[in-house]
Design a protein around this ligand. Structure first.
Ligand code: ARG
Length: 272
């Protein structure tokens, strides 16, 4: 059975995007971002998501918030509730007010986390098999998972991330349908690997190079899987399962450590 979410997304245009600070190993302030290219890549991603059959809502960009484009980190959507992120790094914390304002003006009930835990939204939490799978260590705290579970009344499974280059869950895990997911176990500790093994009946297991090409950071719309570049082996496996892969290059955004999925936030997730 196909995913029952992923038909409505929030995206934020890269008007004020740039690499202005370094909070993950991909970011280097001295590497310039080409804003025209970034705009083209973003427009193309948006068009690709739409032609796959999803609706895209747009969040206004804000000067001084270069990473606002990565809407996956705005927070967590669960039905009509929105849990705004509590960012680890002070550089991203001012995004929260802006995100929360959008969600409250679009009919969502804002359900805040306590101030003393970090959690970076859908970047570190994805639904699969009736639970919310959530990563921790580099950005989100392990403690946030218990809090989230209570707050939303949902089962949350925790996964420890171990590779600083794969610092968010959505760089290592991508739900494809109710049985399958793209997984990058090199990003998890031994216990985390067991958690996913028990949860995902048919994993598409990436090797290191494949994982580092950010192909787990895909946007899945029905049977369409949208990723920056598709390694040949991964493409064959996905096609064998009946998926169509569409490449949508996001090189400018990779300079900030974000791929296709990071640039989107699914607005139609409902687990409870
Ligand atoms: N520069 C951003 C950061 O380090 C990239 C965020 C990527 N988002 C994601 N969902 N993986 O926070």
């Amino acid at each position: 059975m196909r995913l029952d979410w992923g038909r409505r997304y929030l995206m934020c245009p890269p008007e004020h995007f740039g690499v202005l600070y370094e909070i993950n190993p991909w970011m280097h302030r001295e590497v310039p971002v080409d804003l025209d290219r970034a705009r083209d890549e973003w427009e193309r991603l948006r068009a690709t998501v739409e032609s796959a059959g999803a609706h895209v809502e747009v969040l206004d960009p804000r000067p001084g918030l270069p990473d606002l484009v990565f809407t996956a980190n705005a927070g967590l959507v669960e039905g009509d509730r929105f849990v705004p992120s509590r960012f680890r790094h002070p550089q991203r914390q001012p995004e929260v007010a802006h995100d929360a304002a959008w969600f409250s003006s679009h009919g969502f009930v804002i359900t805040p986390l306590p101030e003393d835990v970090h959690h970076e939204g859908a970047g570190d939490a994805l639904p699969f098999g009736g639970v919310l799978l959530s990563g921790y260590r580099f950005r989100s705290d392990a403690a946030s998972h218990t809090v989230l579970s209570k707050l939303l009344g949902l089962p949350v499974r925790s996964l420890e991330l171990v590779d600083p280059r794969l610092y968010h869950l959505d760089l290592t895990f991508c739900p494809l349908d109710d049985r399958r997911a793209i997984v990058a176990p090199s990003g998890w500790d031994a216990y985390g690997r067991q958690v996913v093994e028990a949860l995902v009946p048919e994993p598409l297991v990436l090797d290191d190079d494949e994982a580092l090409s950010f192909c787990a950071n895909s946007v899945v719309v029905g049977t369409t899987v949208i990723m920056p570049v598709c390694p040949a082996r991964v493409g064959r496996l996905l096609e064998g399962w009946g998926f169509e892969v569409v490449e949508s290059p996001v090189d400018e955004f990779l300079k900030a450590g974000g791929g296709c999925r990071c640039l989107t936030l699914a607005l139609d997730v409902r687990l409870a």
